[in-house]
Design a protein around this ligand. Structure first.
Ligand code: SF4
Ligand code: SF4
Length: 152
């Protein structure tokens, strides 16, 4: 019986095509939230403590069961955070940390690139350096009013 064609490493042609697509450089690498074009694997990480420090107008908050929770209206991250826990973690040595961005961060976000397996970098180094160009600067609008979230 004839076997379906495979690549030298045994993978089917379809998965080679998918791998080629995932390695193709995008038009705007700055807008991506993750890069898998080499074995390093990089992700954009946003820090929610900075949303409050920077008085971002896209923070929302609500009370539930005696706790105040916050989230991001733009869905740069999609989880909701207990503000008391966030402040307690921020007061500690390690801080609260960040979440993997779910969509491209905005200029007011505190964002960094996290390299997952830095030791796996190849001879060519990074082949997608524009991925590291995270948005910096001021939003193009001003906040006129804000509440003191979580300060009771
Ligand atoms: S847009 Fe950025 S700074 Fe504003 S709430 Fe969302 S993650 Fe935070
Ligand atoms: S090192 Fe460069 S090419 Fe490799 S995953 Fe990170 S951004 Fe992509």
């Amino acid at each position: 019986m004839q076997q379906p064609p495979t690549s030298a490493d045994g993978s089917p042609p379809q998965s080679r095509a998918a791998a080629r697509r995932s390695r193709a450089l995008p038009l705007r690498p700055q807008d991506e939230v993750e890069c898998r074009r080499c074995h390093v694997h990089c992700d954009k990480v946003v820090y929610p403590a900075a949303c409050l420090e920077r008085s971002c107008p896209f923070v929302y908050a609500y009370e539930d069961h005696g706790h105040t929770f916050m989230g991001c209206m733009q869905k740069v991250y999609t989880v909701e955070i207990d503000i008391d826990l966030l402040r307690r973690a921020e007061a500690s040595r390690v801080g609260f940390g960040g979440f993997k961005a779910k969509r491209e961060p905005l200029p007011m976000c505190k964002v960094e690139v996290d390299k997952c397996f830095e030791h796996r970098v190849g001879k060519l180094g990074c082949i997608n350096p524009e991925f590291f160009e995270v948005p910096r600067g001021e939003p193009t609008f001003k906040v006129f009013a804000r509440g003191d979230l979580g300060r009771r």
